[in-house]
Design a protein around this ligand. Structure first.
Ligand SMILES: Nc1ncnc2c1ncn2[C@@H]1O[C@H](COP(=O)(O)OP(=O)(O)O)[C@@H](O)[C@H]1O
Ligand SMILES: [Mg+2]
Length: 222
């Protein structure tokens, strides 16, 4: 394990449906702490599966994957790992519909032993950061797509993650709103040294990263 690497993956395999579908077919990948990496590849090539492995949302079959010094194949308490290290931004943002904007951002902090006033304070700061201070009491359905995605960014930052995993974060947005979201993410990477790993199918978006990785048929193309 190279100390500079926040992600080290060797020969990672993942299949679904009792081995009938091979999603990852021998992934080898190293990502340095503070790097901004984009992942591109056709639909069904394994991009989301790879991101889910890094974020410990799902377990690989064989191979090794070490993230921030944690062996994700061996480790038992993955939810603790996730809440300490990972911020996830999904294409469809997965906000909880019956909670307000403010409450959605507070959710990840429940795992962190914070008082409710500390949680409230941090959520307010984050929502100011993404420019939504005037929408605190709204429900997700009362927001535009871009606003929802900004709530998702604030939520992903709530636990001060070392890695942000973004799966097509601009996929459901118009280009202007998408550019605003990307600027916010790039800012985070540049100013806070957060490691940013972003899946996209848009080459222009991918080119914002320090490095672009191509995935095809569950393998990384060199
Ligand atoms: N939970 C699942 N159950 C069964 N098959 C899955 C599941 N998740 C992904 N797959 C399959 O694994 C392959 C890779 O999927 P995915 O990683 O979502 O691709 P991408 O994000 O590049 O479009 C596809 O064939 C997909 O249908
Ligand atoms: Mg996907």
């Amino acid at each position: 394990m190279n100390k500079e690497n926040i992600v080290e993956i060797h020969n990672l395999q993942k299949s679904f449906d009792n081995g009938k579908i091979t999603a990852l077919n021998g992934i080898n990948l190293e990502i340095k702490r503070g790097e901004f990496v984009s992942i591109i590849g056709p639909s069904g090539s394994g991009k989301s599966t790879l991101l889910n492995m890094i974020g410990a949302l799902d377990k690989a079959d064989t191979g090794s994957i070490v993230v921030s010094g944690n062996d994700l194949i061996q480790k038992k308490d993955l939810s603790e790992f996730r809440s300490r290290e990972i911020g996830f931004i999904f294409q469809l943002h997965n906000l909880i519909p019956n909670l307000s904007v403010l409450e959605n951002v507070e959710i990840p902090m429940y795992e962190k032993n914070m008082s409710s006033s500390q949680m409230r304070k941090r959520a307010l700061e984050l929502l100011e950061y993404v420019g939504l201070s005037d929408k605190l009491k709204r429900k997700p359905t009362e927001l535009s797509g871009g606003e929802r995605q900004r709530v998702a960014i604030a939520r992903a930052l709530a636990n001060e993650p070392s890695i942000i995993l973004a799966d097509e974060p601009t996929g459901s947005l118009d280009s202007k709103t998408g550019a605003m979201i990307l600027n916010r993410l790039k800012d985070l990477h540049e100013k806070e040294n957060v490691t940013l790993i972003m899946v996209t199918h848009d080459m222009d978006v991918a080119s914002l990263a320090d490095r672009t990785i191509r995935v095809l048929d569950g393998k990384i193309q060199n």
